[in-house]
Design a protein around this ligand. Structure first.
Ligand SMILES: [Zn+2]
Length: 190
């Protein structure tokens, strides 16, 4: 490293409480244009969501995701950004890892596995979809990847799940396609 690429400067608490640099009160170092604080990279705003998404790629929970990020990078609002990412993650919600409270079991709730299941879709970046069906009794999720949400794609996947778990007593879903389709209605009647 040369002096032209590496310089050290001290970032201290600003006198102006409204400064956007206020959270960083420890010495920081600029190396090759990157800011480091306690050996962690201070991420610029345009890379923060990508870092959170990459860290959460394995769908670990909020605490593990935070610990993983904190060990390498630093930026204001890291905790909140991780919490939002995990709570809005369809896969984590389906598997009950999103830190959401457990569902209230009422007298009308299922009393056996696969007596009632809930279905939903999550869209993926390549235009395809994840179909998630969760057993409302055990919260066990089944996930299938499909190119479109057409009934012709969805029904064989549901049949495959039923071949493993037995017929679902009830499937809860919203009234969007394919669940509002004629093919789906026919499938439920068979
Ligand atoms: Zn997740």
């Amino acid at each position: 490293m040369t002096d032209s690429h590496c310089s050290t400067r001290r970032v201290s608490a600003p006198r102006n409480p409204g400064s956007r640099f206020r959270p960083f009160t420890m010495p920081a170092k600029s190396e090759d244009g990157c800011f480091l604080k306690a050996l962690r990279l201070v991420l610029p705003a345009n890379l923060r969501s990508r870092a959170v998404a990459l860290t959460h790629g394995t769908h670990q929970g909020i605490i593990k995701s935070k610990n993983s990020l904190w060990s390498k990078v630093l930026f204001p609002g890291l905790d909140q950004q991780v919490e939002e990412a995990v709570r809005s993650c369809t896969v984590c919600q389906a598997s009950g890892q999103a830190g959401l409270p457990a569902p209230v079991i009422t007298e009308c709730g299922p009393t056996a596995p696969w007596q009632r299941a809930s279905a939903d879709f999550g869209s993926l970046t390549d235009g395809s979809y994840m179909m998630i069906i969760v057993d409302d009794y055990s919260r066990y999720p089944e996930v299938e990847f499909i190119r479109t949400t057409a009934a012709a794609n969805v029904i064989p996947k549901v049949e495959k799940m039923m071949a493993s778990h037995g017929l679902f007593g009830e499937i809860r879903m919203d009234n969007r396609p394919p669940f509002s389709s004629h093919e789906w209605a026919e499938f439920l009647q068979t």
